[in-house]
Design a binder for this molecule. Structure first.
Ligand code: ADP
Length: 545
């Protein structure tokens, strides 16, 4: 017997219409590429998203065809999220930090028909336009005057400015109703191994993820929040924040291209931000800026940090110096991206602070909708004892089933997606990542998790960034070394840091060497690129070998 409730597809257009109707005056504040601060609201955003949908109809774009974006977090990019997906097309967000030839490869693989870009990325467009025959229209996210100032506009045919493109269209629109399993947006993984792979989200997966991420033990978003996603809208939909923001009606603060400590601080303070989300490297810049200028953020309550392991020193600095709660999160492009978030359970509240900290350091508990397990090399499930480490497998309605226009076999193992992360699960269901499977260091048959080694280095007051990698060793197979960037003006010797490890991890896990460098290579999403680092270290020999 079927239930007798109304059947309505879960569609992204309903998010923006809900926000416009129930939270129309709530602000969307953006720092623009032009440098100024722009103020809009949900009513305006809905109106312009409808105009954009009309423009796409006028272009004759079929349902499911791809519209690409190369853009920062800003109000026009936000409108693309709703106008493109809401009208039945697929928004393909591209990471502008990739190399032009990688971007051209992705555009061709996705067969993008329209490509919308922020002015910052004009050099990329100039470099790739001739190699991307599928693109019928290039749209500069600006007005006529700004486009006119660009050098070499005549080199790119079919180029238009966004304001003129959408401006002539009516602001009313009948959003189409269709199957909620239809594709809504597309994001390619960074491709650290092989070619990038396209993850094709659906309206259903996006809306379920939006509901889940607003939950109290996840991001805890409400109409009383002012939310700043530092995480980019060009990578995994800024962790879904634009969608959940519409569902709850929070104020949205979009930082544009300025992600340095000072610029982020200015927005956090001026716009009364209560909640922000980002990767550790961005927060490190903010913390350094705040410490240097003795600044505080009294309105900020909590921040979600994920994308790579959050060093304990960072959780401590936010909590103890600024009264800001850090929620550690884990996710991947293939998971839309949220999988776990770390909030304490009731029984943990009476534990001493240090024991609570040990829990906060974990990546957290599965959000309802995600199921997880860890397995050994034979695929056998390991016990939830907080010690047995194996590959983490996940499944759920916002986890990838297959890649877009995939060449290889589907990734699932018996319905589970293998994440490539090595993790433990404890009896309370808290998951802890010890490594990426390709980054694990195998020394004398034992595994050394590079995250532990990095976290200890990061707790040293003179260390700005630390990466632990394995290097070949004739007897032990591999030994860990730690590559360190010192904080400006700080002294630190190899011996100081090695002494600092004493008593903090087992002796055989302590790195064999410390290398000081000016910078550690960062990938397109601000994560340390260990592949590149290992390449740079190719000629390196361990001391005494
Ligand atoms: P890529 O790094 O290739 O761009 P994603 O952005 O999808 O891919 O990143 C997913 C990966 O990032 C995860 O598989 C995991 O290795 C790492 N990651 C994400 N969050 C965390 C975290 N909180 N702690 C440790 N690693 C994390």
């Amino acid at each position: 017997m079927l239930g007798l409730m109304q059947e309505q597809p879960l569609l992204i257009s309903d998010l923006i219409e809900h926000a416009a109707r129930h939270h129309g005056e709530v602000e969307i504040v953006s720092r623009r590429v032009e440098g100024d601060i722009h103020r809009s609201n949900y009513r305006q955003a809905a109106l312009r998203s409808r105009q954009l949908a009309q423009a796409l109809d006028a272009l004759g774009l079929e349902p499911g065809e791809r519209v690409a974006s190369l853009a920062w977090n800003g109000y026009r990019h936000f409108e693309l999220y709703f106008g493109v997906s809401g009208s039945g097309r697929v928004l393909h967000t591209i990471n502008p930090r990739l190399l032009p030839q990688q971007i051209a490869w992705i555009v061709n693989h996705a067969q993008d028909q329209v490509l919308c870009f922020d002015l910052t990325f004009w050099p990329i467009v100039q470099a790739i336009a001739a190699q991307c025959p599928s693109v019928r229209l290039w749209v500069a996210l600006c007005d006529e005057a700004a486009l006119a100032k660009l050098p070499g506009v005549e080199q790119v045919p079919n180029l238009q400015n966004y304001e003129e493109w959408i401006g002539g269209h009516p602001s009313s629109y009948q959003w189409p109703r269709f199957d909620e399993r239809s594709a809504s947006s597309l994001c390619y993984t960074s491709g650290t191994t092989g070619n990038p792979k396209g993850v094709l989200y659906s309206h259903q997966s996006t809306i379920l993820h939006a509901y889940a991420s607003a939950l109290p033990d996840v991001m805890c978003l409400s109409a009383r929040d002012s939310v700043l996603p530092v995480v980019p809208m060009f990578h995994v939909n800024a962790w879904g924040i634009p969608y959940s923001a519409c569902a709850v009606g929070c104020k949205l603060v979009l930082p544009g291209p300025a992600l340095d400590g000072q610029s982020v601080y200015q927005l956090l303070a001026a716009e009364g931000v209560t909640f922000a989300a980002g990767v550790p490297t961005v927060w490190q810049m903010l913390l350094t800026h705040m410490a240097q200028h003795d600044l505080k953020l009294p309105q900020m309550q909590r921040t979600v940090i994920g994308g790579s392991a959050c060093p304990p020193a960072m959780i401590r600095a936010f909590r103890e110096r600024y009264g800001i709660e850090v929620l550690h999160a884990w996710g991947m492009t293939e998971l839309s991206p949220l999988g776990t978030l770390c909030t304490l359970k009731n029984q943990h509240l009476s534990l001493p602070e240090e024991e609570q900290m040990q829990i906060r350091l974990k990546q957290g508990r599965a959000i309802f909708g995600i199921d997880m397990k860890v397995v050994d090399a034979n695929g056998q499930e390991l016990p939830w004892d907080g010690r047995s480490a194996g590959e983490l497998l996940v499944k759920g309605p916002w986890v990838v089933r297959d890649y877009f226009r995939a060449e290889g076999p589907a990734p699932l193992l018996d319905g589970w997606f293998p994440t490539g992360d090595v993790a433990t699960l404890d009896a309370d269901g808290f998951m802890q990542i010890t490594d990426r499977s390709k980054d694990v260091i195998k020394s004398g048959g034992e595994w050394i998790g590079s995250i532990d080694v990095e976290n200890i280095a990061m707790a040293h007051p003179a260390v700005l960034m630390a990466a632990c990698v394995g290097v070949p060793h004739p007897k032990w197979d591999e030994r860990p070394i730690v590559v360190v960037v010192r904080k400006p003006g700080q002294e630190l010797t190899r011996e100081d840091l090695l002494d600092f490890y004493a008593g903090k991890i087992a002796k055989w896990q302590i790195p064999d060497d410390v290398l000081f460098v000016d910078a550690i290579p960062l990938g397109a999403t601000g994560k340390m690129q260990k592949m590149k680092l290992r390449e740079q270290l190719q000629g390196y020999r361990l001391p005494g070998l």
